[in-house]
Structure formats: structure tokens, C-alpha cells
Design a binder for this molecule. Structure first.
Ligand SMILES: Nc1ncnc2c1ncn2[C@@H]1O[C@H](COP(=O)(O)OP(=O)(O)OP(=O)(O)O)[C@@H](O)[C@H]1O
Ligand SMILES: [Mg+2]
Length: 358
């Protein structure tokens, strides 16, 4: 197991700053996910750790030893990419055996390890076949096998599941998670899919435009996004964001709904100079009920069933907001519903800086 530490990492491609100062510690044995939208620098960061690119400045340390000057092959790192890059003319057996052949391991040792890995990944019956006759999921498993067989100190995954269909992706996710538990290796996983990051990781970092916006356990990040970018990026359907302002002991939305705040949250709100705030409300924290006197109401625009629950799009005083509700929700488009929101579940952000203020 290896601890990976990045300090002050920047990467320029010509004039373009792609990574703008990354400090990150990935604990040994962690399943760590780097998540962010396309182009934010995830693959670049992974390639720096693998040694496929070198940083413009900053240091990369494995177990407190700098590896900046080590060639990829001397870092003892396995990388699994989205494209499987298997050898089409070699059998599954030979594809998995390849890294060991390169290291000139004895044939008996190679055979033992290939069979062990094949067993672990359920590939034993496929060993004599060639990649062309395998499904996408099976191919990705062979690519995994080729990575595992070397017993590297560190695994790097760059969107390894994005070529798979939705069902297979979910299946492979849980396989990866089990594999992590069995191998007890440090794994760094890159994805643009926030749901994947939330389900897979022990810890994750949200990357945007070359900087880390927030890092922590998935639950923490979901519960307390530290800025507007993270608030919108993590969670599906995304958090509703509404303009509002500070009033007396709370905040008021443009619709005139007041959320009373107490204790420290109220105090911290006092620190927002303009008094303007952005209120963030997760769709599952917007509870729908029959309209009643004195209660905020909105109009149902659209109801989408996703099986176990429904997503309800609402028009609230001209603004679109989303709620999730149980599958037996019986409203119809055009009807009005009452909205109930627990003030403790409202997230608050400074519209100027985007930072969380509560
Ligand atoms: N070799 C390169 N030369 C010049 N620019 C590059 C190079 N590699 C990456 N970039 C640029 O750096 C930025 C980050 O790219 P990167 O591939 O790291 O993003 P990403 O987060 O992995 O995106 P995606 O989710 O689309 O894979 C992009 O704007 C890309 O165009
Ligand atoms: Mg990428």
C-alpha cells in the first residue's frame, strides 16, 4: 500500500494553465476518486501521478519519497484506461500474462499468477479466447486482470467503465469495490460521473478548472458542499438554487418565504456583507403536500417517473425548481402543491464569492 501526496502541483500546456496548484494527500489503502466536468484536468492529474506527464511545478511523493524523476515503469503503478488496449491477437491468458513476461518472471510463476487473477475476476473459462470474442465488460475485466497481475503499489483508473452500458457499469462498480477490499491497494479513480464518485469512494476530490473545490468523504461533501460549484455538481437531480436576502433572523426568498435560522448559522449569515444570499435546497428536502392556507405553493409542470421515486418539476413564482417524491405521488401537471422545507436543510451561499456561508 502506498500513500500518495501532491504538493503545489501545476501543469501548463503552452500558455494554458491546466492544473493551478493542487495539494492532495491520498491515504494508503484508500479508494480515492477525482471527479469533475470534462476538461477540468482529471486525466492530466492522473497522468502526472503515473509519470506519463511531468508537472510544471510541484512535487509528487509516494510514501514520502519524491517520484518526479522516476520513469513510469519505475513507479510500479498500473493504469487502467477507458479503452482496454488489449492485444487482439493474444489470448486472454497471454494478455494478462504480458506484464509478467516483460519482467521475465519464470513460466511457472506466471502461470500461477495468471490463474489466480483469472479466478478472482471470473475469467477462468475465457483464458483461451481472444479479446474479439468477448463482451465490453469481459474485456474491461481482462484489462483489470492485466493491471492486477503485476501487484503494483498503486492503481490508477481513468474512467474505466464509461464504455460499458448502464447495467454493466453498476455491476463493475461493485466488483471494483470488492476488489479494492480484497487487494487492500491504494486506488485512484477518475470519473466525470458524480454518482459513480459518491458510490465508489472512501474519499473524493471535486475538481473544476484545474483547482480542487472540495475534498472529503462523499457523505460530507453531499451534506455540506463548500461552494456553489460543488453544490450544483454533486447530487442528482441537482440542488435548487434560489436568490434571497437576509432579513431579521433568517433569509427570505424572492417569493417571500422566510426561513428562520438559529444559533451559529444565523451568526455566520451576518458575515455576508451585502445581505444577499443564494439558498440551496436539495430536491429531496422539498416536501410536497396538498396546498393549504398560509403555505407556500407551486405549480406542477412535469412529473418524471424513475421507478422507485418521481422527479417533480415545479414552477415557483416563475422559477423552475425540482423535488423528488415517492412513486405514489398523485399530483398532475397544472395542479398546485404545497411546499414544506425544513430551514435546517437549507444551504446558504454568498453570491459574490460562491462560498458556503452557513
Ligand atoms: N497534451 C496536451 N496538450 C495541450 N492541452 C492539453 C493536453 N492534454 C490536456 N490538455 C488540455 O488540458 C485540459 C484538461 O484536460 P484533461 O484531459 O486533463 O481533462 P479531463 O478532466 O480528463 O476531461 P475529460 O472528462 O473530458 O476526460 C483540457 O482543456 C485539455 O484540452
Ligand atoms: Mg479525462
Amino acid at each position: 500500500m502506498t500513500e500518495v501526496r501532491l504538493t503545489g502541483i501545476t501543469k501548463q500546456f503552452g500558455e494554458k494553465g491546466v492544473l493551478l496548484g493542487i495539494d492532495l494527500t491520498i491515504e494508503e489503502g484508500a479508494f480515492f476518486t477525482l471527479v469533475g466536468p470534462s476538461g477540468c484536468g482529471k486525466s492530466t492529474l492522473l497522468n502526472l501521478i503515473a509519470g506519463l506527464e511531468s508537472p510544471t511545478s510541484g512535487e509528487i511523493l509516494f510514501d514520502a519519497k519524491p517520484v518526479n524523476d522516476l520513469a513510469p515503469k519505475d513507479r510500479d503503478v498500473a493504469v487502467v484506461f477507458q479503452s482496454y488496449a488489449l492485444y487482439p491477437h493474444k489470448t486472454v491468458y497471454e494478455n494478462i500474462a504480458f506484464p509478467l513476461r516483460m519482467k521475465k518472471e519464470p513460466a511457472a510463476e506466471i502461470d500461477r499468477r495468471v490463474r489466480e487473477v483469472a479466478e478472482l475476476l471470473g475469467l477462468t473459462p475465457l483464458l483461451p479466447q481472444r479479446p474479439g470474442s468477448l463482451s465490453g465488460g469481459q474485456r474491461q475485466r481482462v484489462a483489470l486482470g492485466r493491471a492486477i497481475v503485476r501487484k503494483p503499489r498503486l492503481f490508477l483508473f481513468d474512467e474505466p467503465l464509461s464504455n460499458l452500458d448502464a447495467r454493466l457499469r453498476i455491476e463493475m462498480r461493485s466488483e471494483l469495490k470488492k476488489l479494492h477490499r480484497r487487494l487492500k491497494a491504494t486506488m485512484i479513480y477518475v470519473t466525470h460521473d458524480q454518482a459513480e464518485a459518491l458510490t465508489l469512494s472512501d474519499r473524493m476530490a471535486v475538481l473544476h478548472r484545474g483547482t480542487i473545490q472540495q475534498q472529503g468523504a462523499p457523505k460530507e461533501i453531499y451534506a455540506r458542499p463548500s461552494n456553489l460549484f460543488v453544490a450544483e455538481f454533486i447530487g442528482s437531480p441537482p440542488m435548487n438554487l434560489l436568490r434571497g436576502r437576509r432579513v431579521g433572523e433568517g433569509v427570505e426568498t424572492a417569493e417571500g418565504v422566510v426561513f428562520r435560522l438559529t444559533g451559529e448559522r444565523a451568526e455566520r449569515l451576518g458575515a455576508v456583507p451585502s445581505g444577499e444570499v443564494v439558498l440551496g435546497i436539495r430536491p429531496e428536502d422539498l416536501h410536497l403536500s396538498p396546498p393549504a392556507e398560509g403555505k407556500a405553493t407551486a405549480e406542477i409542470v412535469l412529473i418524471e417517473s424513475i421507478g422507485a421515486e418521481v422527479w417533480v418539476e415545479l414552477n415557483w413564482g416563475g422559477r423552475t425548481i425540482r423535488a423528488t417524491a415517492s412513486a405514489d405521488f398523485d399530483g398532475r401537471p397544472g395542479e398546485r402543491v404545497g411546499l414544506t422545507i425544513d430551514p435546517n436543510k437549507v444551504h446558504l451561499f454568498d453570491p459574490e464569492t460562491g462560498r458556503r456561508t452557513d
